[in-house]
Design a protein around this ligand. Structure first.
Ligand code: ATP
Length: 252
């Protein structure tokens, strides 16, 4: 039995004439990895933005453990246990690696933090453990801007780890990583999954999807066209045609 932790129903959002997300219903379960797969512009990142409160939905609902989250601010969603990474990483480039991770331990709003040195030490311990787990301890005092590409990707993951969230929304976290780094990244995900974290992964590399996900939701033009077992979805010739840009022409 898996525990459902996040559910969206009929989430929709358009930008001018573009229907970016058109009725997306998704569920995430504790200890499971759901890959959001689909061609460019399918609505994957917008779906994340609607869940996290970075964008307002035109319609539809989303709930975390049954608590409605529509209309909440991103920091309020974060406090309900959602950690999110961005394609462009959004690191504090002129801060150190450790400062970047420490900032991610501040899931409360910016004007309120549990005070005291005990709380501070606990946050530092979380940050240091996240640096250790992502192999970045030796770079703790380097500035983020001076990191190599893969190190920045792992710093983004360290921030996710340090947030101690139990729902992770990861936007192309493995893109551009070499095989060794991808293996290391995969282990981070497997460890989190074993701890019961619910993970939703936007990923274009289908090898990564097959290796890491339990379930795929295939999006196209803002709609979930298929959802289920990764093998079955990836073997579907109609979905493959859409994914690889060989879309059947609509009747005139
Ligand atoms: N802020 C915005 N303003 C206008 N249009 C937007 C905005 N954000 C997204 N879109 C449009 O919405 C559609 C869905 O975009 P989205 O980024 O969600 O797709 P995606 O599946 O994440 O794509 P990719 O795989 O390329 O990252 C696209 O047509 C995109 O151009």
């Amino acid at each position: 039995m898996t525990t459902e932790v996040l559910r969206t129903e009929n989430l929709s959002r358009s930008f001018g004439g573009v229907q970016a997300v058109a009725g997306v219903s998704l569920t995430l379960h504790a200890g499971a990895v759901t890959a959001l797969v689909g061609p460019n512009g399918a609505g994957k990142t917008t779906t994340f933005n609607l869940i996290t409160g970075n964008l307002r939905a035109d319609s539809g609902t989303a709930a975390i453990r049954g608590k409605p989250i529509m209309g909440l601010k991103p920091w309020q969603v974060a406090r309900l246990g959602v950690a999110r990474s961005f394609q462009d990483l959004r690191l504090f480039t002129h801060m150190t690696v450790r400062e970047n991770v420490l900032a991610a331990t501040e899931t409360a709003s910016w004007f309120w933090q549990p005070g005291g040195s005990t709380a501070r030490r606990a946050r530092e311990a979380r940050a240091d453990a996240a640096l250790e787990a992502t192999g970045l301890s030796a770079l703790a005092r380097a500035r983020a801007i001076d990191l190599a590409y893969a190190e920045r990707k792992f710093l983004s993951m360290a921030r996710i780890l340090a947030a101690e969230a139990d729902i992770w929304l990861l936007d192309e976290p493995a893109s551009g990583l070499d095989l060794a780094s991808r293996t290391r990244f995969g282990q981070l995900l497997k460890d989190a999954q074993a701890r019961g974290v619910a993970i939703c992964l936007i990923e274009h590399n289908l090898d990564v999807v097959v290796e890491l996900s339990n379930r795929i939701a295939f999006l196209d033009q803002g709609k979930v066209l298929a959802e289920g077992d990764p093998d079955a979805i990836l073997k579907d010739p109609a979905l493959a045609a859409i994914y690889f840009g060989d879309r059947p022409q609509e009747a005139a």
